[in-house]
Design a protein around this ligand. Structure first.
Ligand code: UDP
Ligand code: MG
Length: 339
């Protein structure tokens, strides 16, 4: 391995810095990784836009589709693409494993000197690929698309996304750039660093940021979906956000010691007050309201803290089982056979 790993004991919290320019090979292979789940309607328009752009590129390319257990015409479409274009390769999962697993499979199978991750619904404008590759050629290891404007998203989605990024970056040692999706180019060295991460719970945006290296942003405005519908509903997004935070921060786990300490301090003060008052004015029986309020309040606090323990324990359980992140049904196309 060419890079140094310190077991993740100390995550670098600093943003990636500009580093000395790194020479790129004259002849390089660029891998495009495109996860798709029920994108039968979107793949056609996606290829129409993408192919001419890739042909304009000075480097050779391979186009890697990861079919995340689609139940629509996606498979048929991909089989057709593989026949038409020898640079297209398709990996079919045995069932739906989720976008993070699909991305992981794409990175595992990509052979390129640089890998570009892109959605198949044209929400990540393919024309940016040329800028990405140019920036990579100039020496950047990571080039990511930054959404300057999210008019295509609802107000609620924008606000919750903003809140999530703010909270994540406050409590996690690894910082993720705001308004950045998975759409990015990564150098081979970055890919190798990410491939070395063994965790099952894969919050890719966090893993990308964890790897570090020099990064530059290319701003763009995110268009509406070309066809089909979003695969992420509110519940899925909530779980995704929870996964991200819990995988990258232990703050929710540790905060209870502090909350407990503060509560204990207040109860001590309140107890002293009650004792002094009882000594001075005698026993007073009324107090049902304050008692029940306190009992309910602390019951709630305890439930929450046990719930947080459960969240970590559940993820620990998943990690300990060490199940594979995805199961491949079949790999077709490309020069190489199934790996
Ligand atoms: N996707 C996937 N597996 C899933 C859900 C989504 O591979 O379980 C793919 C999907 O086909 C698309 C990308 O991930 O290429 C982004 O999904 P989507 O457009 O639904 O998300 P949004 O843009 O609404 O956040
Ligand atoms: Mg989309």
């Amino acid at each position: 391995m060419i890079f140094v790993m310190d077991g993740g004991a100390k995550d670098s919290g600093e943003p990636a810095k500009e580093r000395a320019s790194r020479a790129r090979p004259e002849r390089a292979l660029i891998s495009i990784v495109a996860p798709c789940y029920n994108e039968g309607e979107a793949i056609g328009p996606f290829m129409t836009v993408l192919e001419p752009i890739l042909d304009k590129m000075t480097f050779d390319y391979e186009l890697l589709f990861v079919d995340d257990g689609s139940t629509d015409a996606t498979r048929v479409q991909l089989e057709k693409l593989v026949e038409e274009n020898p640079r297209v390769k398709a990996i079919f999962f045995s069932r739906n494993f989720g976008k993070e697993a699909a991305l992981t499979a794409g990175l595992d199978h990509a052979a390129g000197d640089a890998v570009i991750v892109i959605d198949t619904d044209l929400q990540d404008p393919p024309e940016l690929i040329l800028d990405f590759v140019e920036k990579w050629r100039e020496g950047s290891d990571v080039v990511y698309g930054k959404r300057e404007e999210r008019a295509a998203d609802t107000m609620a989605k924008r606000l919750t996304a903003e809140g999530f990024y703010r909270l994540f970056n406050r409590i996690s040692a690894v910082k993720i750039p705001e308004n950045t999706g998975d759409f990015r180019l990564m150098d081979r060295r970055v890919i190798e660093a990410i491939k070395a991460l063994p965790e099952r719970s894969r919050f890719m945006k966090g893993l990308f940021a964890w790897a570090g290296f020099s990064a530059v942003a290319v701003p763009y405005s995110r268009p509406e979906r070309a066809a089909g519908t979003s695969k992420f509903n509110l519940w899925k997004l909530w779980n995704f956000a929870l996964d991200g935070i819990i995988s990258f921060s232990t703050a929710p786990l540790r905060i209870w010691s502090y909350i407990g300490a503060v509560v204990a301090l207040f109860s001590f003060l309140y107890a002293s007050l009650v004792i002094i008052r009882t000594l001075m004015t005698g026993v007073d029986v009324p107090g049902y309201a304050s008692l029940i309020v306190l009992i309910l309040f602390f019951g709630g606090v305890q439930m929450i803290s046990i719930g947080v323990l459960g969240e970590y324990l559940a993820r620990l359980f998943v990690e300990v089982k060490r199940r594979p992140i995805y199961v491949v049904d079949e790999v077709i196309g490309g020069d190489k056979a199934a790996s």
